[in-house]
Design a protein. Structure first.
Length: 209
């Protein structure tokens, strides 16, 4: 048995039997993470980004603020509230849903406009931060045709920067890509703005995938 095979076998056990559930492609749009009321990301867009980055489809869904607020509420009720049970098996679940529904309707839904505005502002800040990080790597004026950079990182950066629509990414000189990644990793672990750290961490993950 090879070392790789031994490691592969060691990964499996009672909690990881090696079985994966595959949702048929024609039903994938019905998954919670791709339903339009829950996320901004369609299956087609996620599939395109998956082919581009190598990230899993489940990692590419951009949830709407209301859905994220609901996720946080479920976590907080589970962790911080004492949910009464009862003589029936189903009582715990019924009471849990009643508490969640009450908090959601009375305290979160009335604030959804403010939550949406805060999320939109954060999204704009994040976009500006990423564009700033890419600015040093994106060269020159707009071009009429795509320069078709050879390296995978340059292709990704061209796509993130708008490709041939706004700017062109030149083929980087040898040794540039490790330096970019190293600089982003350092910024991702530096003290300071959490959003800037998250942006650099995401850039590292995408270009090293």
């Amino acid at each position: 048995m090879t070392d790789a095979a031994a490691v592969s076998l060691a990964e499996f056990g009672p909690w990881n039997p090696g079985i994966e559930s595959q949702v048929p492609e024609h039903l994938r749009h019905l998954c919670t993470i791709f339903r339009p009321e829950n996320t901004f990301t369609s299956v087609a867009k996620a599939r395109e980004l998956c082919d581009l980055t190598g990230l899993e489809l489940s990692e590419l869904a951009a949830f709407r603020p209301r859905r994220l607020a609901l996720h946080e509420l479920l976590i907080r009720v589970t962790a911080d509230f004492s949910v009464p049970d009862g003589p029936r098996i189903e009582d715990l679940g019924i009471n849990f849903r009643r508490i969640v529904s009450r908090v959601l309707s009375k305290y979160i839904d009335p604030e959804m406009k403010a939550i949406d505005s805060a999320a939109d502002a954060t999204r704009r800040r994040l976009s500006a931060t990423i564009e700033s990080e890419l600015a040093a790597l994106v060269a020159g004026p707009a071009v009429a045709a795509d320069p078709a950079p050879k390296s995978s990182v340059a292709r990704l950066l061209a796509r993130f920067a708008g490709g041939s629509v706004r700017t062109a990414v030149a083929e980087p000189p040898p040794g540039s890509e490790p330096r970019w990644i190293s600089e982003w990793e350092a910024k991702a672990h530096a003290t300071g703005d959490d959003l800037h750290r998250a942006a650099c961490s995401a850039l590292v993950r995408v270009v090293t995938r």
